[in-house]
Design a protein around this ligand. Structure first.
Ligand code: DC
Length: 225
């Protein structure tokens, strides 16, 4: 079957990463979680004492931040496995803060486009359909109600042994991040004109995968004909 590229965008905790990983497994594609890249820069800024408000310093730091996204979902920063560290709730907000800067985004987009030069990639983030992979054959805007997303993130945290934040605190953090990611000047989160909206509030992961798979199968068939 012909290979295509799939772009999945949407707000925080909508299930983009887990759905993308399931699709990657099903089709034998490579999943690139671009949020993990902004999380690495946020974590590195925190550790290095670089302000998330200092664009120039962040760009210098990014230049010396090597980020590897492995196919098993693990994330390495300058050779260190930071898969767990980047998921801490305080890093989520930092990732959103560093992602508002134009020159930070330009470098991230450059790296992402280089990684996905061929076909057979599923990339998830906020600007994939609108900026990074504008020619992706399938574009999805995956969303869910704020309530459903907060609950999912809370359950995910519990399962990963990350405690310390109540459901209400997570709901507030998600709302703040949504507002910041959608309201920023540079590449704000928005649905691409040619993206298909999928609301997963009342759907299981398997049902979401089924809906997207139908679109992927159709696009692959069209490519082949
Ligand atoms: O997908 P995530 O929650 O791991 O992303 C963390 C932050 O990174 C998110 O709040 C906004 C930013 N981000 C972005 O601006 N563009 C992307 N393509 C991916 C993430």
């Amino acid at each position: 079957m012909r290979r295509i590229n799939i772009a999945i965008d949407g707000p925080s905790a909508a299930g983009k990463s887990s759905i993308s990983a399931m699709l990657a497994e099903k089709y034998g594609y490579i999943h690139l979680d671009t949020g993990a890249m902004y999380r690495c820069l946020g974590l590195n800024a925190l550790r290095s004492g670089v302000s998330d408000q200092d664009e120039e310093a962040l760009c210098r730091l990014l230049a010396e931040t090597e980020i590897e996204l492995h196919t098993d979902g693990s994330v390495y920063m300058n050779g260190e496995d930071v898969s767990k560290a980047i998921r801490a709730d305080e890093v989520s907000m930092l990732a959103s803060n560093v992602s508002k800067w134009k020159n930070v985004r330009a470098e991230m987009v450059r790296r992402q486009q280089k990684m996905a030069e061929a076909k057979g990639f599923i990339m998830d983030g906020r600007d994939i359909g609108t900026v990074v992979l504008t020619d992706a054959e399938v574009k999805i805007f995956l969303t869910a109600s704020a309530e459903a997303r907060a609950k999912r993130r809370w359950l995910q945290n519990q399962a990963a042994g990350i405690t310390g934040h109540t459901l209400e605190e997570l709901r507030d953090e998600i709302a703040r991040r949504d507002e910041q990611d959608s309201g920023r000047e540079n590449s704000p989160l928005k649905q691409a004109e040619d993206a298909v909206l999928v609301d997963s509030s009342d759907l299981s992961k398997e049902e979401v995968v089924e809906i997207i798979s139908a679109l992927v199968d159709r696009a692959c068939a069209e490519e082949a004909s």
